[in-house]
Design a protein around this ligand. Structure first.
Ligand code: SF4
Ligand code: FES
Length: 246
């Protein structure tokens, strides 16, 4: 496949960015999207040009670091996958592909396609944990039976990898799908009850302080989420918030 790539280049957080055109040739349809980017970067390095900075780590849909806006969609045109799991067979020979970073005030651009997502880490630090006794006399897991339905819903919420696609897809740059998932994974389990009130109040407060917008039930986040996190988690977070505020 031969492709035209229109890629956002920005030297640093305070520099002005712009779309720059690149051509790539002989791209296999079996390559992943990031392998295609590697091919482009190798050609730039060979010409002594600055390679394009983009985030990646596991390249298997686990770590949540890859974060490209491809033709206007976070993680590209496929569903239920991350950018690193996207394959070039989703595109056609001769296509023009726009590649941009996540766009949100709370995710400032560091360089090219890399954004600063430490706002998510600060939200996690505000409450996404439980107090457990790790001094050697930890409670036996079987002493706390959990209904299968609750355990399944908790596991579904815990599948969130913190990639930020929900924010990038939202017209309000809302992080409520992410925060809803992180609140829900604990709210559904007995282990999460102890700090439940502080957790939801502190995480929502941090979310607001970071500059994320509010949810207006558009649902773009749920569609673009690579882990199929359900909007129900936002509703659960709102209920937890209301209970904790009374
Ligand atoms: S809710 Fe989905 S889109 Fe948002 S951070 Fe988690 S995995 Fe990514
Ligand atoms: S590089 Fe880890 S999820 Fe894509």
């Amino acid at each position: 496949m031969n492709l035209t790539l229109k890629i956002w280049r920005q030297k640093g957080p305070k520099e002005k960015g712009q779309i720059v055109d690149y051509k790539v040739t002989d791209i296999s349809e079996h390559m992943s999207f990031l392998e295609m980017m590697d091919v482009l970067n190798e050609s730039l390095v060979a010409k002594d040009e600055d390679p394009i900075a983009f985030d990646h780590d596991c390249r298997e849909g686990i770590c949540g670091t890859c974060s490209l806006h491809i033709n206007g969609e976070p993680h590209g045109p496929d569903r239920g996958i991350t950018t690193c799991q996207l394959h070039m067979r989703m595109f056609n020979d001769g296509d023009t592909i726009y590649i941009e970073p996540w766009r949100a005030k709370a995710f400032p651009i560091i360089k090219d396609l890399i954004v600063d997502r430490t706002a998510f880490e600060r939200i996690q630090q505000a409450g996404a944990f439980i107090s457990v006794n790790t001094s050697g006399n930890t409670q036996d897991a079987n002493s706390l039976p959990i209904p299968k339905h609750d355990a399944d819903l908790s596991m579904d919420a815990a599948a969130c990898i913190g990639c930020g696609a929900c924010v990038a897809s939202c017209k309000n740059s809302s992080a409520m799908l992410f925060v809803g998932a992180k609140v829900s994974q604990f709210a559904l389990l007995p282990q999460g009850k102890i700090e439940a009130k502080e957790r939801v109040l502190n995480m929502v407060k941090q979310m607001d302080e970071e500059g994320f917008g509010n949810c207006t039930n558009t649902g773009a986040c749920e569609i673009e989420c690579p882990k199929d996190i359900s909007l129900e988690n936002i509703a659960r977070m709102n209920r937890e918030f209301l209970k904790a505020s009374l």
